[in-house]
Design a protein around this ligand. Structure first.
Ligand SMILES: [Zn+2]
Length: 268
């Protein structure tokens, strides 16, 4: 399979250079991720698929992946939209339900037919509860959305539906597919997904040790643990680091290894 790489033209502090979206096939083009509705993205879709996409698959309902749905719907009203359900965001304006976008909900194990063969839908929560990846077995290509980013780690927004425990389980599932390449929403093509996944798992294990080490030293709030683990962080990055620390604490809490008492966390 040779998907066309279409840039969403949305660079910014949270998206880096911006998002990649992918267009599969010619007769019934399938677009993976909706971008944000920028005119140049819509024009790139029109150039690659003059009659527009037959189907838009969305990896998850973060705005850089889904908020272009209303603009795509307005330009190509026949396009269908599919994603996995995220109950608390189902009526969200960015999904465009109030501008006429009708979503069909994907399930884990759903098969989506494309001109280049079937895509298997894998529910891979963790970065968000609704995250899915799309597996093209014929070419062993995995469309990974925000699950993997070459040269970086992935934010687990623990206060906004992220779960580190779920994320690690999802990575294990992706590993079992033994993908030959991963096509991410951010950054370059990942030619050795297994190596990156192993690095991620190792990185999280190291961080977990640091969190437990802080707790053992009597450092007990998310703020103070963040300051201990990331001493030289710029102010702008502190909120993300706190989410990461909270994600670790929630995972450890789920395993019965730590407990919380108001703002304070202690080893159980
Ligand atoms: Zn995301």
């Amino acid at each position: 399979m040779n998907p066309k790489f279409l840039h969403a033209a949305n660079p910014g502090p949270m998206t880096g250079e911006g998002n990649w979206t992918y267009l599969i096939g010619d007769r019934h083009p399938v677009l993976i991720d909706a971008g944000v509705g920028n005119a140049s993205h819509l024009d790139a879709i029109a150039a690659a698929a003059p009659r527009g996409p037959s189907l838009v698959l969305v990896t998850h309902a973060h705005s850089d992946h889904v908020s272009g749905a209303p603009a795509i719907h307005a330009r190509w009203p026949a396009a269908e939209f599919q994603k996995y359900r995220w109950p608390s965001r189902t009526g969200n304006r960015e999904l465009g339900t109030d501008s006429g976008v009708r979503w069909i909900w994907l399930e884990d194990g759903s098969i989506v037919e494309t001109d280049d063969g079937p895509l298997l839908v894998l529910h891979t929560p963790g970065h968000s509860p609704d995250h899915v990846t799309f597996w093209h077995a014929g070419s062993r290509t995995l469309f990974v959305g925000d699950m993997l980013v070459q040269g970086s780690t992935v934010v687990i927004p623990a206060s906004h539906g992220g779960s580190l425990a779920a994320y690690l389980r999802s990575l294990e599932r992706m590993l079992q597919l033994n993908p030959a390449r991963a096509l991410p929403a951010h950054g370059p093509v990942i030619d050795d997904p297994a190596a990156l996944i192993h690095k991620y798992i190792e990185h999280r294990a190291d961080r977990e040790k640091q969190v437990l080490g802080s707790l053992a030293d009597g450092v007990s709030t998310v703020e103070s643990i963040t300051a201990a683990i990331y001493p030289s962080l710029t102010d702008a990055l502190v909120p993300m680091a706190r989410e990461s620390v909270l994600a670790h604490l929630q995972k450890l809490e789920g395993e019965g290894k730590v407990s919380r008492d108001g703002e304070r966390w202690i080893i159980a």
